[in-house]
Design a protein around this ligand. Structure first.
Ligand code: NAD
Length: 503
């Protein structure tokens, strides 16, 4: 039997300097469906340092003309990118679900985040405000303005295959930088389709280049490259630390968005129905593989038993399955490695004395037998010092901790090395404001789950979640531009600052 051409895996290439290339090594890797590992969706070049060199050279050259394009014109391209993303939303969402597993409802949201980011970037291109500031000397004009930086190395994870690349690439372009992009090797197809859109809408050749391949090879070659000026990385804290070390040798500017161990607090005065919906969405959305996923549930002792029984009951009803089916609530994990990590942590939790209240295993059933599925899992009786209460698991596992009051709840929330997102369900304004002030995290939600970032708001975390930069909103434009301070003296004589001032 011959395989129809439409069923053959599509062969993608790198895109460098406006042209498609295989890896110089000639090697490729497969992109498989995590809901059915027998299905090869597409193949991609397994690139290396030599491919990165070509991409960086192209980006370096293109930067010299791109930086001179007026920012509003750069923004107009982003407007068209938003329009094309809108037109292709369904195709992109299905591609994403097939290559990384999360349900269609969420992959549509992921594309929508890219659309919102594109339109926001288009509008920001007409702002990019600078400052004019009075001079201390007469007949002198002072201003500070934003300048492009150069070539941006963009390295992204697989859990938001569209949103995260757009958070980085769009502001990089609006600010006048060129880009070398390495997406996660679990989600190369969504990334390739995003770059196709950028090219179609008029981004000049060499301004955006994509090089596919592994983190240790392509990723590291980007981080180490002397002609790359800045690195924007989202991924694990372990890799983030490595990147920070290597990039410091060439004094690159580096933005790191890393892991999380986010908590939802439920106080005794909370609306439990709302808190229940919130935690189900926060803990099991994207199969728990969000950097902002609710990984800890911190419950007031007065409502602990009642809330836990509601939660276990509803968790058991969640439907596992292929994310392409509209009836599925929870899709597969992205790959075998993630399943093994989740299995390891559930074992660690049980050994530490936590109780598996539901889940705790891979599901039975023929339909799920060829996918990386794992049952939504709740660990009860967790104490703050257990590893399952402190370490990122990145799967559908929720650790539940009992507390006596808001101060203890906040202390427990703060008891990890991470600080990305947090959430408090309470009807008491005093509890809410104490939490807003005292929780050490980049994001705090009141009466909403730990997930749900909006494109025009700053996004990022404290402690080992990052290195102080923010994505999203107006703040990311700080990262992708450099301040230039300009003094114009129109006095017609030498005026010496700090010396020729008259008091
Ligand atoms: P990862 O760190 O393994 O990989 C992220 C990217 O880095 C991939 O493209 C990978 O190929 C590349 N990479 C790996 N090793 C590298 C190296 N030595 N040098 C350069 N690049 C390298 O992370 P992941 O498994 O893809 O994603 C999950 C992690 O990402 C979780 O820890 C999650 O919390 C984090 N994350 C954080 C945010 C955030 O905004 N804070 C958002 C999403 C995901």
């Amino acid at each position: 039997m011959t395989v129809k051409e439409s069923e053959m895996p599509k062969q993608y290439q790198n895109f460098i300097n406006g042209r498609h290339f295989d890896a110089k090594s000639g090697k490729t890797f497969e992109n498989r469906n995590p809901a059915n590992w027998d299905e090869v969706l597409s193949t991609f070049p397994l690139s290396g340092k030599e491919d990165v060199d070509d991409a960086v050279n192209a980006a370096r050259k293109a930067f010299e003309t791109w930086r001179l394009v007026p920012a509003p014109s750069r923004g107009n391209i982003l407007k068209k990118v938003g329009d094309l993303l809108t037109a292709r939303k369904e195709d992109l969402a299905r591609t994403m679900t097939k290559e990384m597993g999360k349900v269609l409802l969420e992959t549509r949201g992921d594309v929508q985040e890219g659309i919102d980011t594109a339109y926001y970037a288009a509008s920001e291109a007409r702002r990019l405000f600078g400052h004019t500031v009075p001079s201390e000397l007469p007949n002198k004009f002072n201003m500070a303005m934003r300048m492009p930086i150069g070539v941006a190395g963009i390295i992204t994870p697989w859990n938001f295959p569209m949103a995260i690349p757009t958070w980085k690439i769009f502001p990089a372009l609006v600010c006048g930088n060129s880009v070398v992009f390495k997406p996660a090797s679990d989600t190369p197809e969504t990334a390739a389709k995003l770059v196709e859109i950028l090219i179609e809408t008029g981004v000049p050749e060499g301004v955006v280049n994509i090089v596919h391949g592994g983190g240790g090879s392509v990723g590291m070659a980007i981080v180490d490259h002397p002609s790359i000026d800045l690195i924007s990385f989202t991924g694990s804290s372990v890799v983030g630390k490595k990147i920070s070390e290597v990039a410091s040798k060439t004094l690159k500017r580096v933005s790191l968005e890393l892991g999380g161990k986010n908590a939802q607090i439920v106080m005794d005065d909370a609306r439990l129905d709302l808190a229940l919906e919130g935690v189900l969405w926060g803990a099991f959305g994207t199969t728990g593989q969000r950097c902002t996923a609710t990984s800890r549930l911190i419950v007031h002792e007065k409502v602990y038993d009642k809330f836990l029984s509601m939660l276990v009951d509803h968790t058991k009803k969640l439907r596992l399955g292929d994310g392409l089916k509209e009836t599925t609530d929870v899709g597969p994990l992205v790959n075998q490695g993630q399943v093994e990590t989740v299995e390891k942590y559930v074992r660690i939790g049980a050994d530490e004395g936590a109780k598996i209240l539901t889940g705790g295993k891979r599901p039975d059933g023929k339909e799920l037998s060829k996918g990386w599925f794992y049952e939504p899992t709740i660990l009860g009786g967790v104490t703050p010092s257990m590893r399952v209460a402190r370490e990122e698991i990145f799967g559908p596992v929720l650790s539940v901790i009992k507390v006596r009051n808001i101060t203890e709840a906040i202390d427990v929330t703060n008891g990890t090395n991470y600080g990305l997102s947090s959430s408090v369900y309470t009807q008491d304004l005093n509890n809410a404001y104490q939490a807003i002030r005292d929780i050490r995290a980049g994001i705090t939600y009141i009466n909403a789950p730990t997930i749900g970032a909006e494109a025009h708001m700053p996004f990022g975390g404290v402690k080992e979640t990052g290195n102080g930069h923010r994505e999203g909103g107006w703040t990311v434009y700080e990262f992708f531009s450099e301040w230039k301070t300009v003094y114009v003296d129109y006095s017609g004589k030498l005026q010496r600052a700090q010396i020729d001032t008259k008091e």
